[in-house]
Design a protein around this ligand. Structure first.
Ligand code: SAT
Ligand code: MN
Length: 595
């Protein structure tokens, strides 16, 4: 197919990749509904996609059981010197990595079509938007990119003959020999998977996986890893944050950006349905926030994505009604179960489980089965515009002004329900020391506590010590207009292992307290770790939480915090000379406050 673009650099790169990967044909995506439908029908015909009868234009895919999540162990930040990638990233020398991967890419698309996907992260034409071009041999990736990003010819129009783009080369790494029958989910074995980033030349090479963040290269690879490195160079921020707008009964709006690790409830919080009377919430984004200082000196955020790639298990009308309503049509489901009723199903779905279903591996499943019907990292891919609580301003070209940052994670103990930083430096300290129990969003052990600074450990495209410094630099520029910083933990448990806080919609009570802090209506109480709600300040009307549970939720246990200090010290030490001195000062101050 002839190139529809006049961009010389782009056409040259496509030519090079085609010569290397040797696809049967090259196809330029136009982003149309027609194109989406055609590819879906092809995949239905091959058996890779299963139409979901009860949800119009919706399809279920089952991945290879080895290809179910991001592969952090096989994700690389390949900078000229290792120190630039820093201690939290895997690193291989760029020349060596390119040599290895070029070996894999040679002929890797034989028997397949090479799709060229022009996409925009951010509304086309936004001053914050960036253009990427993904090459892939997976039609599943093309359809997902249609939902998650803005794809098509209008992107090529903006790119023009000499515009800048970020090249994203992806292959599932499963060439087809003549006459060889394809499998339903082709991919390469784990030791051949590489998710590689070359931030110094704005380049992404991904090989061997067809799943989520490994393959939809606009998301984690471009919008976080490559963008975070560019943001530091250019003086803006690319963060792993949801964005929401909360409006109080008096009509004042607050914009909140919140960073939690994958599968810790960002999508639920982004679509929260407040239980407190008179408060209204609107969703702007559920995963990524790009932020830039505006002419008035405040920080403005856009959601660079156009869809939700959310964790399915646990999503229900109980936990997230807006998400459920988003999933009524035009959805791609991956690794969910298929009930005999013809609808999808997963653990935590509303109502009783189906008497019989086909599980994510394609096997018979009944409630008596010992295994989960849906994979714990099963996902839905759904257009953001279908969300009933999407903000009318979600595609505002200049973004929305952020008032509040929230950090958090899953912690069964130690960390209280909510606390506020004393100032920006203290907030950066909170973000830099954030810790959370690991989830199924990555291949690896689940439930282990790890430091995940700013929920960016898997997504920071450069030395994280420098990333901390970038946060200080941004704070210095924002000065009095900087957002206030809070830390939450919805996941605290009693010593018997019972959740102490109801979570979900009830989290609106915590958000309300934050807004009242920002507008000077809540006094708070000073503790060694930060500012907590004063007795009676958290609106608990209509909730019946035993006093003992509430006390536990709000407890600042100095001994338990002191016991964390050596680990924070160790965590900081790994950054050596790249650790900003201001973080050392914060650690010292915390030590002193704890006595
Ligand atoms: O698979 S993704 O990386 O896109 C999902 C996530 O981990 O947040
Ligand atoms: Mn995420």
């Amino acid at each position: 197919m002839k190139s529809p673009s006049r961009n010389t650099r782009l056409n040259q790169w496509i030519q090079e990749c085609a010569t290397l990967c040797l696809p049967d044909s090259v196809y330029w995506c136009d982003g149309s509904a027609d194109e989406y439908n055609r590819l879906m029908q092809q995949m239905v015909a091959s058996g890779a996609a299963i139409p979901i009868k009860q949800r119009p234009n919706s399809f279920l895919f089952r991945s290879d059981p080895s290809d179910v999540a991001r592969v952090e162990d096989r994700t690389y930040i390949s900078t000229a010197s290792q120190i630039e990638a820093g201690p939290t990233n895997n690193w291989i020398d760029p020349a060596e990595l390119k040599k290895t991967m070029t070996g894999f890419y040679k002929g890797c698309m034989r028997g397949r079509t090479m799709y060229v996907i022009p996409f925009s992260m951010g509304p086309v034409g936004s001053p914050l938007a960036k253009i990427g071009i993904e090459i892939t041999d997976s039609p599943y990736v093309v359809c997902n990119m249609h939902v998650m990003t803005r794809v098509g010819t209008r992107v090529l129009d903006v790119l023009g003959p000499d515009g800048e783009f970020i090249p994203c080369l992806h292959s599932i790494g499963a060439p087809l020999e003549k006459g060889q029958k394809d499998v339903l989910w082709p991919c390469a074995p784990i030791e051949q998977k590489y998710i590689s980033h070359f931030p110094e030349e704005n380049l992404i090479w991904s090989y061997g996986s067809g799943y989520g963040g490994n393959a939809l290269l606009g998301k984690k690879c471009l919008a976080l890893r490559i963008a975070s490195a560019a943001a530091r160079r250019e003086g803006w921020m690319a963060e792993h944050m949801l964005i929401l707008r909360l409006t109080n009964p008096e009509g004042r709006s607050f914009h909140i950006a919140a960073a939690f690790p994958s599968a810790c409830g960002k999508t639920n919080l982004a679509m929260i349905n407040p239980t407190i009377p008179g408060w209204k919430a609107e969703c702007i984004g559920d995963d990524i926030s790009w932020m830039k200082i505006g002419p008035d000196g405040r920080l403005y955020a856009i959601n660079p994505e156009s869809g939700f790639f959310g964790v399915a298990p646990g999503t229900s009308y109980d936990s997230n009604p807006a998400a459920m309503d988003t999933l009524k049509q035009n959805v791609i489901f991956t690794n969910c179960a298929l009930a005999d009723s013809g609808d999808i199903w997963w653990e935590g779905f509303d109502g009783p489980p189906p008497g019989h279903a086909i599980d994510w591996k394609g096997k018979d499943w009944t409630p008596a089965s010992k295994v989960d019907a849906a994979h714990p990292n099963a996902r839905f891919t759904a257009p953001a515009r279908q969300c009933p609580v999407i903000s009318p301003d979600w595609e505002k070209l200049d973004g929305v002004p952020i008032d509040i940052f929230i950090f958090g994670g899953r912690r069964a103990s130690v960390v209280p329900l909510v606390h506020e930083a004393y100032n920006w430096d203290h907030g950066v300290f909170m973000g830099s020391t954030a810790a959370s129990e690991t989830t199924a969003a990555n291949i690896g052990a689940v439930g282990n506590l790890r430091r995940d600074p700013f929920a960016m450990k898997p997504f920071c495209g450069y030395n994280m010590g420098d990333y901390f410094q970038h946060w200080f630099d941004m704070g210095d520029k924002l000065a009095a207009r900087a957002p206030r910083i809070f830390y939450v933990n919805w996941f605290r448990k009693s010593p018997e292992g019972k959740w102490l806080w109801p979570g979900y919609s009830e989290n609106s009570r915590v958000l309300k307290w934050m807004c009242e802090r920002v507008s000077g209506k809540a006094e708070g109480r000073q503790t060694p770790i930060g500012i907590l709600p004063k007795d009676g300040e958290l609106d608990l009307k209509g909730l019946s939480i035993p006093a003992q549970d509430l006390a536990e939720l709000m407890k600042v246990d100095a001994a338990a915090w002191k016991a964390e200090l050596p680990d924070i010290d160790q965590h900081f030490k790994q950054f050596g000379g790249r650790l900003p001195a201001r973080l050392g000062a914060q650690l010292k101050a915390l030590k002193e406050r704890l006595g």
